[in-house]
Design a binder for this molecule. Structure first.
Ligand code: BG6
Length: 493
């Protein structure tokens, strides 16, 4: 994917709907501050935080400072130069359903245009619960804030984009009445992570890997996203979602497309997206190869934690999964017969996201007679400590025949310094410069839902119950059997 370059950015106003929400506080404000520190904001720029609560601009700026102090990767300096950043901030109180009030929002934005020279260009960032997406998009159109011929408007939409294919289609239809596809930026924050952006480079810029990247040399692929957190007060959302919709439909399938796609004809956005869609269209799963789990009580980092069904605002009889493991196949010429094992869960013993490419063993003629010998592994660690590790076999020094696995490690931090940009910095920057490669196109969303819907429908039809696993474990033992039945093991166990 294209390298982050400092380009001259068009003047614009970033309008954040959801000023007091968690995402704004934890991610957006700190990301904007870091972009400011890096000189990567437009010269003529303003931010309007839109929220339902009554607040003065001073109070809203205080929120910004607090969020930077708490969550920014760089320290808040608080000196004169930061005032320039804070001066970009405005607050606007709006009940999303108060249609009249949008007229005043429009006037406010135009007033800022006059003062800041932002020329009518807008990024509307919908950092709100999904049920408000459609209303806001329609009100923007009704009040003539988008589209507008003499300037550009873009809309950024957070996940979840629908709850299934039908609701995603309905939502898309409404948003498309206001915005054209190329104005819509559907966020998948995993695409903003450095190591995920590195996947294409790793594959297509290295003679060592690309010729081997197929079913002749790769035995199987594993993708693990493990989290230690529970649902963290998001019970009502999670009860509607579950791990399949929350993680597999978006983050996991996006990574899978980047691992499995054919080389695009070009590095432009649409060429890359075209190849990703083909992968999603080729995906197959057997329902018997899907494990559905839910955490019970247990211990994480020495601390006793409650079961999912004891969490705040979660139904005690809930059948929502907090863990999914599955085996899928990409049925095309490159990947036929290569299993892709995926698993994701909350309340696992450690937090990490990694991809493991396990290469085929050599014929058991000389060394591979010994079943214990490890195959070559390429491990792409997305987080924490992003890096790439290549495991191969070497002779143990001082012995005659003993073979030991050794590892070549590339730690991402050794290249960039440990303070590399956060995903939202890259994503916000890309929206402002109109670069949409790291966002998902409608057909990617559509095919991801098709894949996920068939599993969800099967669960519902067959009344598949979740299997309880203790918090602090790697999910139900059925997830281990899933891979063991094929004579393989999850990496790192
Ligand atoms: C979000 C999910 O999209 O991703 C959360 O809604 C999950 O449930 C989060 O915790 C994980 O993101 P990260 O960047 O912490 O791996």
């Amino acid at each position: 994917m294209p390298k982050l370059q400092k380009v001259q950015l068009d003047p614009c106003i970033l309008v954040i709907f959801g000023a007091t929400g968690d995402l704004t506080k934890r991610k957006l404000y700190p990301a904007l501050y870091n972009l400011y520190q890096d000189g990567a904001l437009p010269e003529r720029f303003a931010i309007v935080s839109v929220g339902r609560r009554e607040k003065t601009t001073e109070e809203a700026r205080e929120d910004v400072i607090n969020s930077i102090k708490q969550f920014s990767r760089t320290e808040y300096i608080g000196e004169e130069e930061d005032l320039e950043f804070l001066n970009c901030f405005h607050y606007f109180k709006l009940d999303f359903y108060d249609s009249e009030r949008y007229t005043e929002l429009k006037a406010k934005l135009e007033e800022i245009d006059q003062g800041c020279g932002t020329q009518g260009n807008r990024v509307f960032f919908l950092a709100v619960a999904p049920e408000h997406f459609a209303t806001i998009a329609l009100e923007l159109k009704t009040h003539g804030m988008a589209p507008n011929q003499n300037s550009w408007q873009r809309v950024v939409i957070e996940k979840p984009f629908g709850r299934d294919l039908q609701s995603a289609r309905d939502l898309n239809k409404v948003i498309r009445t206001t915005f054209a596809e190329e104005q819509i930026y559907r966020i998948d924050h995993y695409l903003g992570k450095e190591m995920v952006q590195n996947l294409m480079v790793l594959r297509f810029a290295n003679t060592l890997f690309e010729p081997l990247w197929n079913n002749k040399y790769i035995d199987h692929v594993q993708i693990t996203f493990a989290e230690t957190v529970g649902v963290e007060g998001r019970g009502p959302y999670y009860e509607q979602s579950g791990a399949l919709r929350d993680m597999v439909q978006n983050h996991m399938l996006q990574l899978l497309t980047l691992i499995a796609m054919e080389p695009p004809v070009d590095l432009d956005t649409e060429s890359i997206r075209d190849e990703k869609v083909k992968v999603l269209r080729s995906l197959r799963v057997d329902f018997d190869d899907v494990v559905r789990g839910q955490y019970g009580p247990g211990v994480i980092n020495g601390q006793q934690v409650a079961a999912y069904n004891q969490e705040d605002r979660v139904d005690p009889n809930t059948n929502v999964e907090t863990f999914v493991a599955l085996k899928a196949f990409v049925e095309n010429f490159r990947w036929a017969g290569v299993p892709f094992y995926m698993r994701t869960g909350k309340r696992m013993p450690t937090k990490y996201s990694e991809i493991v490419i396990s290469f085929k063993k050599l014929p058991g003629v000389l060394y591979f007679k010994d079943e214990k010998l490890d195959p070559n592994l390429l491990i792409i660690r997305v987080q924490p400590d992003a890096g790439i590790f290549f495991k191969f076999n070497a002779k143990k020094p001082g012995t005659e025949q003993s073979i030991v696995p050794v590892s070549m490690d590339f730690s991402h931090s050794s290249l960039e310094g440990i303070n590399s940009p956060e995903a939202y910095e890259r994503l916000l920057y890309d929206v402002m410069r109109g670069e949409s490669t790291l966002f998902t196109r409608w057909d990617e969303v559509e095919y991801s839902w098709r894949f996920v819907d068939q599993i969800a429908e099967h669960w519902q039809k067959e009344n598949i119950k979740v299997i309880t696993y203790p918090a602090g474990s790697f999910g139900p033992s059925q997830a281990d059997f899933l891979i063991r039945a094929d004579g393989r093991e999850w990496h790192g166990h």
